[in-house]
Design a protein around this ligand. Structure first.
Ligand code: IMP
Length: 178
């Protein structure tokens, strides 16, 4: 595989599509064993997770629903500061098994906000799936139930992940060259 140039930066091949798919299959098997009888709702966090989620749900042979959400932040009152709002969730999740699908968990800030918003809506249980995880950057206590591949604290693109809008359509994952 060749280097890829996106805007002003170069990225080197890092994780092949084959290795990605082995890990997606492993996650799908884990989910099937754990939640196949609970009619779960998959909450897919846009934009980055769209390719991962699409490959993952095709491997699930049990009934489930899929919803796509975005987290928007806006300025609340001066006492509340920056507030996060969940856009796109139309399903009632009260008393349901909800599975958050993330492309990558870095510091965990995004995940923590989403988790809190879903807890407020009284889900029965919330499980977390992420394709990529940067353990050295993670600052939160929320347990990640299904992790695809752990990576160092470097910037990666491809398979849904972007650098300033570019690179999402690459089928492999690439890493930023120093
Ligand atoms: P967190 O809130 O710090 O965990 O970051 C989560 C979000 O940051 C992800 O959903 C991505 O959109 C973005 N992000 C974090 N690391 C990377 C990366 O290496 N490449 C592309 N996007 C990333």
């Amino acid at each position: 595989m060749d280097l890829v140039k996106l805007h002003d930066k170069q990225f080197a091949p890092y994780i092949t599509a084959d290795v990605i798919h082995q890990n997606v299959s492993r996650i799908a098997e884990g989910l099937t064993a754990d939640v196949k009888k609970s009619f779960p709702l998959f909450v897919v966090v846009l934009n980055g997770s769209f390719i991962f989620a699409s490959d993952l749900v095709k491997l699930l042979k049990f009934p489930c629903e899929i919803s796509f959400v975005k987290l928007a932040s806006y300025h609340g009152t001066s006492s509340t500061g920056n507030v996060s709002k969940l856009i796109g969730l139309t399903e009632n999740i009260e008393n349901r098994t909800v599975i958050i699908v993330e492309d990558i968990v870095d510091t965990g800030n995004t995940l923590e906000k989403l988790h809190a918003l879903l807890c407020e809506k009284k889900a029965k249980e919330i499980k977390i799936v992420t394709l990529l995880f940067k353990p050295k950057a993670y600052k939160k206590d929320i347990k990640l139930d299904y992790v695809g591949i752990q990576i160092p604290n470097d910037f990666v693109v491809g398979y849904g992940l972007d650098y300033d809008g570019l690179g999402r359509n690459l089928k492999d994952i690439y890493i930023l060259r120093p």
